[in-house]
Design a protein around this ligand. Sequence first.
Ligand code: FMN
Length: 154
Amino acid sequence: MVIYYSRSGNTKQIADYIGEKTGADVIRLETVKTYPSDYNEMLDYAQEEQRNGEKPELKNKNINIEDYDTIFLGYPIWWGEIATPVYTFLDEYNLSGKKIAPFVTSGSSGLSGTRSDIKKEEPNAEILDAMSITSSTLNNYKSLTDNWLSKLGF
Ligand SMILES: Cc1cc2nc3c(=O)[nH]c(=O)nc-3n(C[C@H](O)[C@H](O)[C@H](O)COP(=O)(O)O)c2cc1C
């Protein structure tokens, strides 16, 4: 199963492609509140949210993760961290015993230690090799995703 958050669509195109290639179900996390559409306003907003340790409420309720043993988890980097809506997901769901394959988009930061942040939230999950796509490799996302999936055995 693919679970992801995407504000401006970069992570979404990769999530949809993974779904297409693997036949996995794809779920987009959405927040109850609407984030600012202006980029600079959004930067400040997200920084404040992180400072306060807020976990924005998700519209998605009771996602059925039971029947899936591998979760492709997609998120953008916000200020060097996992985007907060994905933190809400990690908070609300227990992924013990599951495999988590993170895929990450960012301007340039890359994974930025978020793999170990997932491990902290989900100590009993197995975190597989992550894929990081930045603005300079985004055009290439299909072949990068193909390589990554085949390395993971899909
Ligand atoms: C609030 C916010 C903070 C961001 N912080 C970073 C950052 O620390 N490093 C970075 O390389 N990109 C940063 N970015 C850029 C996004 O990670 C990048 O554009 C990402 O691909 C957006 O994914 P999306 O289109 O799926 O929402 C930030 C973007 C936003 C909106």
